[in-house]
Write a protein that binds this ligand. Sequence first.
Ligand SMILES: NC(=O)c1ccc[n+]([C@@H]2O[C@H](COP(=O)([O-])OP(=O)(O)OC[C@H]3O[C@@H](n4cnc5c(N)ncnc54)[C@H](O)[C@@H]3O)[C@@H](O)[C@H]2O)c1
Length: 320
Amino acid sequence: MKILITGSSGQVGTNLCLTLLQKGNLVVGVDKRQNTWTDQIPTLQHNLAESMPNPAEIASIQPGFDRPDLVVHLAANAKVHELVKDPRRAHENTTITFHVLEYCRSQNLPIIFSSSREVYGRPTPPRVAEDTTDVFHILSPYAAYKMADEMLVYAYANCYDLKYLVFRLSNVYGRYDNDIERMTRVLHIFVDQMRRGEPVTIYGRSKMIDFTYVDDCINGLMLGIDKLFTGEVVNETFNLSSGSPATLVQLAETIAANLGVTPTIIDQPIQPGEINFYAADLTKAKTMLGYQPQVSFAEGIKRAIEWSLVWEKRPQTTVR
Ligand SMILES: NC(=O)c1ccc[n+]([C@@H]2O[C@H](COP(=O)([O-])OP(=O)(O)OC[C@H]3O[C@@H](n4cnc5c(N)ncnc54)[C@H](O)[C@@H]3O)[C@@H](O)[C@H]2O)c1
């Protein structure tokens, strides 16, 4: 398959592109940044908020890509808190999605779109199924524009016969996510603070999150790519997570156990824009895609810490 990936220099994009390449697919990534993890992904550096590159520009990176088979659209300003401070960046996400959708419309290409659990607004226990999005309780500009992105995808399907799958991701962690200068992710903040012997701050002691080890996320996306390409599953929206939520206190304690330290926890109230609870109902993904999360929370945290400790010992070059 020839697959165009937007946001290919990010965490999910890097993992997905490398997996697709390993399985013999052709890939072109489009991102406004060069990939800082690997030089294996053929990448067109381009700001999608301004425009979509034209087919000839994309084909200049990889022959045959004047018309790929499928697009995976991951590019976004993806940090809830940063977008609470600067909602224009959330607004920009929908401009990016519009450009990618117009490209898919003009080329008649199927698309996979990475949405977020944030579209559920203020979900309630025990489990959150796909048909329970709550537009009246959307908590942040990031969430509002993810919802708007989804609605654009559905509108293009209804108006222009666009073929799509939407995946609602949830707290993906693991390889290629520890560049905390670019993007603060809770796991690596905790790891860094504990290794320095500093206390960790938890915003929302009771907050429960469906953390997803990156390999499970990538497996789900790979199943989606396959089934959308063959036409077996079309125009559906799926939760994609581990389905085994944990609190931030459990996260801190699990990291501390792996590092062999005793954590000092400072409690703070939940931050504006944050969801307090999310546990995905994965029945639909399991039934229609054959998705089955494989990596437990304890095992995933162990792997993520091991990976980041090994990674930081590597010689640093401009391309990591
Ligand atoms: N990782 C998660 O936990 C999670 C959870 C829910 C949803 N998502 C969604 O999944 C997608 C991928 O997430 P991620 O964690 O890999 O994020 P990321 O920030 O690591 O990657 C996003 C990539 O998009 C690129 N990008 C942003 N604006 C761009 C633009 N104008 N033009 C071109 N490229 C641009 C960035 O440079 C970055 O490389 C995002 O859409 C995100 O909202 C992720």
